[in-house]
Design a protein around this ligand. Sequence first.
Ligand SMILES: Cc1cc2nc3c(=O)[nH]c(=O)nc-3n(C[C@H](O)[C@H](O)[C@H](O)COP(=O)(O)O)c2cc1C
Length: 308
Amino acid sequence: MKKVLVVYYTQTGQAKQALDAVLKPFSENQNYQLDYLLIQPKKKFPYPWSYTEFFDAFPETVHGIPCELEPINIDTNANYDLVVIAYQPWFLSICVPISSFLQTPDAKKLLANKPVVTVINCRNMWLGAQEKMKKRLLDLNANLVGNITFVDRSSNLISLVTVLAFVLKGTKEKFMGIFPKYGVADKDLKHAPVFGKIILDNLETGQLQNIQPQLNQQGALDIRGNLLIMEGRAKFLFPIYANYISKKGTQGSEQRKTRVRIFGIVLPTVILIASPIITIISRLAPILAKKKFDKEIAYFSQNTLREK
Ligand SMILES: Cc1cc2nc3c(=O)[nH]c(=O)nc-3n(C[C@H](O)[C@H](O)[C@H](O)COP(=O)(O)O)c2cc1C
């Protein structure tokens, strides 16, 4: 009997849906046992979020500051054949619950020298978060062999509206009756067992290096030129603004509320204004700087970290 550990966090269940779909070939196979580990913060993150709570989570998320977690109900001495981690990017970083888990001694024991597959579900911006994931897994001596993303298929501006309605109002279905439903599409979930089969087959034959290229052939990664450029800019600006807020106080403190509120206005406004401009640039980039652009796409399609 082979054992798979499935570590995940979810606020509204999308991550679990994605996992169940991807792992169908495993759950239907008698030779595999799936152990699910839901990561639970001691102090729950709210859903839906209030405007201030949402933007107040920004500095600690970006800095990777852990929160306290409930004890886990998994034998940390167990020897897993594969570890699957499902998470959501928050502010282009790993969501706090999963980032916190990855900083525990339990994670070190469970993940060291193990093949790992990540399953991301998000609006559409996951590149920066996955870079941080690569780094965390490297620190744990884990071997990242596959990444699968589930994104909202709408355009960036539409999903900016629908994600805010989703996160701040709890509206999953058509916002105001006109916007498309937010989140992972049923069509993508239906296709997902194909990914699980690729992982299972290659695990059986020990050909772990084949997993990501075969996943890519089946469309496991959604890499959009405009978002690649946008994330590249935000990567430098986010830590600066996170520091600016943190200087005023810790999470939840009154003293930093003004700076949090300013951020809550500035961030959506900047995305709104920058989005069309960046989309134009991203259409030109493959023509003007084809080599560099192709290289970037190739880099984000694989699982090692860039050499500094
Ligand atoms: C605090 C916070 C920050 C977020 N930041 C991002 C982000 O940087 N990129 C992105 O694509 N989605 C972002 N999202 C959207 C989440 O990825 C989305 O809520 C997720 O799909 C919900 O998954 P769940 O149903 O498993 O809880 C953010 C959501 C929250 C709550």
